[in-house]
Write a protein that binds this ligand. Structure first.
Ligand code: GTP
Ligand code: MG
Length: 465
């Protein structure tokens, strides 16, 4: 773990638009030699020698070694530090011919630039303090967004709001930490007792919890609500999956154990997107193939935002149904009694899951009975899960950020748990836990980060960004 390093001193260049036939192709160059290389390869048509900053100049791109004109187009020179990377930056807009752009890029490389690695422009921006790591991740999430909601969420993260929020929390932790560390230095006979950390810990915990909530909402905006349909074999999970999607996607047969691998599709309900997953039935004493299917079902449950626990309402509640509900423990669970067309033998209200179910509904996935009510419930769940509380900043986090927020919250909750249990953790323990929390928060913004993490983050970028 180290502080970010200063930017390296060489000049990088890359094609910033996708490689292919297009109207215009953009080559970007950043570094101390950007201006001098531009002067050698670009001849403005209208100006004699001088090249104004931040103005698009029309001119010719030359191969200076052979004094050959490669293309004509626009060049912009932007002096650092007020640029994306903080360095001198050049942008060349040329005709979008892959052959021609390759030749132009080659010329820049011959003149002293180096081909940029993936995400190297943004990595330089991060190293120069132009953006923090949370913002750099927002850049890639924005480029990769597959929906309008995902793009809007990533765009919001590009603002500094989130980083400021994290800094405020980090500062509160640092203040408490210094109080705790000061009290470690007092010996036992000293008059000053250790200050009570509880009120500050609660405040800090609430703020991190709020970050986490927003990060989860943001993830749902990006990826949809992970929804897993579970139940014992043959209750009608695949029938419901197909009925919700209105397509014949999963195989349905009267034989228990039909579905083996999880099957996934997206479903829009109101303004929300559910990523629906049909799974292998959970049963007691499975054969080896079923056992692997059930293992996969359980893995899906652990990553779910919502579990639809399906029971065959036309039969009596049995041990396998009990096993299904036990597997949903700790998850928001919607209980669906299926096969209502055959007459209900179960009373929905009597079915207890370890956590109160969000709702119980009886349906017939086959005849369509009760499906409108189920859709209404899903719509409501979708709204609840994506609602931003009034006054919240509504900036989320990347998936990495979400893991780190969880890691930051854990030590605070552990301390609060001990205090609630009437224990009095000493100043050393409190300091240790506060440090753990602080380090996770600092990793989100990249105040502390190692090169391996940076490599992994920037590998997701394309060359030229
Ligand atoms: N009467 C009635 N039959 C249904 C209903 N839903 C499903 N079935 C029937 O129940 C049988 C099993 O349905 P599936 O959807 O394959 O059940 P599953 O839960 O996916 O089963 P596995 O994949 O084996 O775990 C099929 O014969 C369906 O036609 C329903 O609402 N009413
Ligand atoms: Mg099935």
């Amino acid at each position: 773990m180290s502080q970010p390093k200063q930017p390296p001193g060489d000049t990088i260049a890359a094609l910033s638009t996708p490689r292919g036939y297009s109207g215009v192709g953009l080559i970007r160059m950043s570094g101390p030699q950007a201006r001098s290389i531009l002067a050698r390869v670009f001849r403005p048509v209208s100006s004699q020698g001088s090249f104004p900053d931040r103005r698009a100049m029309y001119g010719r791109v030359l191969d200076p070694e052979h004094d050959k004109v490669l293309d004509d187009g626009l060049a912009v020179f932007m002096p650092g530090p007020s640029t994306y990377t903080g360095e001198d930056v050049v942008e060349l807009s040329l005709h979008g011919s892959p052959v021609l752009l390759d030749m132009a890029l080659e010329t820049l490389l011959k003149q002293g630039a180096r081909l940029a690695a993936r995400g190297e422009f943004t990595r330089r921006a991060f190293l120069a303090g132009k953006l923090d790591l949370a913002q750099a991740e927002a850049v890639i999430d924005l480029i990769e967004a597959s929906s309008a909601a995902g793009a809007a969420e990533a765009r919001r993260r590009l603002d500094k709001t989130l980083s400021r929020e994290i800094r405020v929390i980090s500062d509160s932790i640092k203040d408490l930490l210094s109080e705790m560390e000061a009290s470690i230095d007092f010996d036992e006979e000293d008059e000053s007792p250790m200050p009570d950390p509880e009120p500050d810990l609660r405040r800090i915990g609430r703020k991190i919890e709020n970050l986490r909530r927003n990060a989860q909402i943001a993830r749902i905006h990006r990826q949809g609500i992970n929804t897993v349909i579970v139940g014992k074999p043959n209750v009608g999970k695949s029938t419901l999956f197909n009925a919700l999607l209105k397509i014949d996607r999963a195989i349905v047969t009267p034989h228990p154990g039909t579905t083996r691998d999880p099957v996934e599709e997206s479903l829009r309900v109101g303004g929300s997107c559910f990523v629906l997953c049909d799974t292998a039935g959970i049963r007691l004493n499975p054969d080896p193939v079923e056992a692997e299917g059930i293992h996969r079902t359980r893995a899906r449950i652990s990553g779910a935002d919502l579990v639809v626990a399906m029971l065959d309402g036309s039969a009596a509640f049995d041990r396998e149904d009990h096993e299904v509900l036990a597997a949903c423990e700790g998850k928001q669970t919607l209980i669906v009694l299926n096969k209502a067309d055959l007459g209900l033998k179960m009373n929905p209200e009597e079915i207890r899951s370890s956590r109160p179910a969000v709702a119980r509904v009886s349906i017939s996935a086959k005849s369509g009975q009760g499906m409108n009510k189920l859709m209404d419930i899903l719509r409501q769940i979708g709204e609840d899960k994506t609602q931003v509380r009034a006054g919240d900043h509504n900036a989320g986090l990347s998936n990495r950020g979400l893991l780190l927020v969880n890691a930051a919250l854990e030590p605070i909750n552990e301390l609060l748990g001990s205090l609630n249990a009437g224990e009095k953790p000493g100043a050393e323990i409190v300091s240790l836990e506060l440090r753990r929390s602080l380090e996770s928060l600092q990793e989100i913004t990249g105040e502390r980060v190692d090169d391996g993490v940076l490599d992994r983050i920037f590998e997701r970028f394309c060359v030229g960004k």
